[in-house]
Design a protein around this ligand. Structure first.
Ligand SMILES: Nc1ncnc2c1ncn2[C@@H]1O[C@H](COP(=O)(O)OP(=O)(O)OP(=O)(O)O)[C@@H](O)[C@H]1O
Ligand SMILES: [Mg+2]
Length: 494
């Protein structure tokens, strides 16, 4: 008998049926994959189980008994926890405070016992083998570390069922391996997992069974041994995946538009040199922490400590001025969309047009019609799934929020576009669409710098890949010499 069963679960949001009569069961101590396009309903199902949302129909059975978690605390008490895709903690509190928030240890005077709290937090982190100082504030953690703290919170409070929503999307290679080890260990302890991810290879490495959702409907539930990646993609997107043929590579790159000389920032990176031409896509590879995003931020004028020289065409840019960088036609799609890319309290239309407003303004008035059609154009190109462009960005699924960040910068039509992890959290079908779009931009004569932790992505897209290692330029590789092994070698050994 399965330990956990979903029976005919449905959920409606204004304008969307997020889940439509979803039913499946999960055996104890197994890992069940949940997969589907952006907006398919994966996070919604996880949140219903974890008590964040209540279903409009259907029921959940845990060990044969119907449960109706009314809130996350309720779910916790039934032994269910969720590791969220978005930030889940109070950023200004310490790790220990966040971990003990539900059950603060008190001394005999009734005051919070800080020493006991730190001890308890250290024990919870130790249980999953996470080397994180319980005294640091959560805002100082990397996304990967924050995810580990969420897992520690789940395991430490005795969860028997844990939902992991895209747990590896911001983890480095080492952190991912560590997480895999942890997941396997949790399984042997009899803990049951629901694992949401866009990375098929992870599902095959970790999961025992899989459910595919499409537009809120369950299209397949199967043992992982009885399926193939091709079949899953077919079920997910309703067609075979076409690998885009890159048109820009057939043309010679044009004039140099960006030149970076001896760009340095103390403690971050040193003596970075490269040049970028119109009509070209070059990649920036390196392990997490190698300084890739920091270089991008310095080019955009976001690093007051940066030294060196940056030219846009024949004009030298003063470093540290974002206004000058934007005026020169540089755009940056940031890595961390929640913190840097989106205004969550605004709707999709404003988020998309925000960066392009100067182009849309006549005599101080925003041209609403032009704004709407510009936004519409990019939203449909990227297949943003939302009931309307007037709905709040915060109600979109994770991947669709990412698409809005991309759309926002594309709408600005920058000549030089730096994209940092452009497909993080994006489903395989939309990923191919983004590659096609970046190719088109290059073919039109834009210059692109792509930062990515996914080597296959850089190998597929770029004409040249620069490799950073501990903030130093370890080397560069031309397309003719591309291989995963060659790039890895530079990333790891320089
Ligand atoms: N709080 C909410 N208010 C309104 N609509 C919502 C809300 N949460 C989710 N939705 C909608 O429900 C649908 C399913 O969203 P969900 O977040 O479950 O998708 P997902 O499969 O997790 O996608 P992704 O891979 O992009 O994370 C989407 O159309 C989304 O816009
Ligand atoms: Mg999601």
């Amino acid at each position: 008998m399965p330990i956990l069963e979903f029976h005919q679960i449905s959920k409606d949001f204004p304008g969307v049926r997020a889940l439509d009569a979803v039913s499946f069961g999960i055996e104890q101590g197994t890992c069940h994959a949940l997969i589907g396009e952006n907006g398919a309903g994966k996070s919604t199902l996880g949140k219903i189980l974890a008590g964040v949302y209540q279903p409009d129909g259907g029921e959940i059975r845990l060990e044969g008994r119907v449960i109706r978690p009314a809130n996350p605390r309720d779910a916790r008490e039934s032994g269910i926890a969720m590791v969220h895709q978005e930030l889940a903690f109070c950023p200004n509190l310490t790790v220990a405070e966040n971990l003990c928030l539900g059950d603060l240890p008190r001394n005999r005077f009734g005051w919070v016992d800080r020493a006991a709290m730190r001890k308890q937090a250290r024990r919870m982190l130790g249980e999953i083998g996470a080397a994180i100082d319980p005294g640091v504030t959560v805002s100082a953690l990397s996304t990967g570390q924050e995810q580990l703290v969420q897992i520690a919170a789940a395991v430490g409070t005795g969860a028997r069922v844990i939902v992991m929503d895209e747990p590896t999307s911001s983890l480095s290679g080492g952190e991912t391996r560590e997480l895999f080890r942890l997941v396997r260990e949790l399984k042997t302890r009899g803990i049951t997992l629901i694992y949401i991810s866009h990375r098929l290879e992870e599902l095959f490495a970790l999961c025992d069974a899989i459910t595919v959702l499409r537009d809120g409907r369950q299209v397949m539930t199967q043992s992982i041994a009885d399926t193939t990646p091709g079949q899953i993609i077919q079920q997910m997107i309703g067609r075979d995946l076409l690998v885009p043929v890159l048109g820009y590579l057939a043309q010679e790159p044009r004039d140099e538009v960006l030149r970076v000389e001896n760009l340095s920032s103390p403690g971050r990176f040193k003596d970075v040199n490269f040049s970028l031409r119109a009509g070209d896509i070059i990649g920036l590879a390196g392990l997490v922490g190698a300084g890739r995003s920091e270089v991008a931020q310095a080019i955009l004028g976001l690093d007051p400590m940066a030294t060196g020289r940056v030219w846009v065409r024949d004009r030298e840019l003063p470093l540290g001025s974002i206004d000058e960088a934007l005026a020169a036609g540089i755009g940056l799609v940031p890595e961390d969309r929640k913190r840097q890319g989106l205004v969550l309290g605004l709707d999709c239309r404003h988020n998309t047009s925000m960066a392009a407003l100067s182009r849309l303004t006549r005599a101080g008035w925003v041209q609403r019609q032009a704004e709407r059609s510009l936004v519409q154009h990019y939203a449909s190109r990227l297949r943003v799934k939302s009931p309307s462009l007037e709905c709040l960005v915060s109600t979109l699924s994770g991947g669709n929020q990412q698409k809005i960040v991309l759309a926002k910068w594309l709408a600005r039509e920058c000549d030089i576009l730096i994209v940092d992890e452009p497909t993080r959290g994006i489903d395989v079908g939309a990923k191919a669409e983004i590659y096609r779009l970046l190719d088109e931009l290059a073919a039109e004569g834009k210059a692109l710098l792509v930062i990515s932790s996914e080597l296959p992505e850089l190998l597929a897209l770029c004409r040249r890949i620069l490799v950073l290692r501990y903030g130093r330029q370890a080397g560069e590789i031309d397309r003719a010499d591309f291989s995963e092994a060659a790039v890895m070698e530079l990333m790891v050994n320089g």
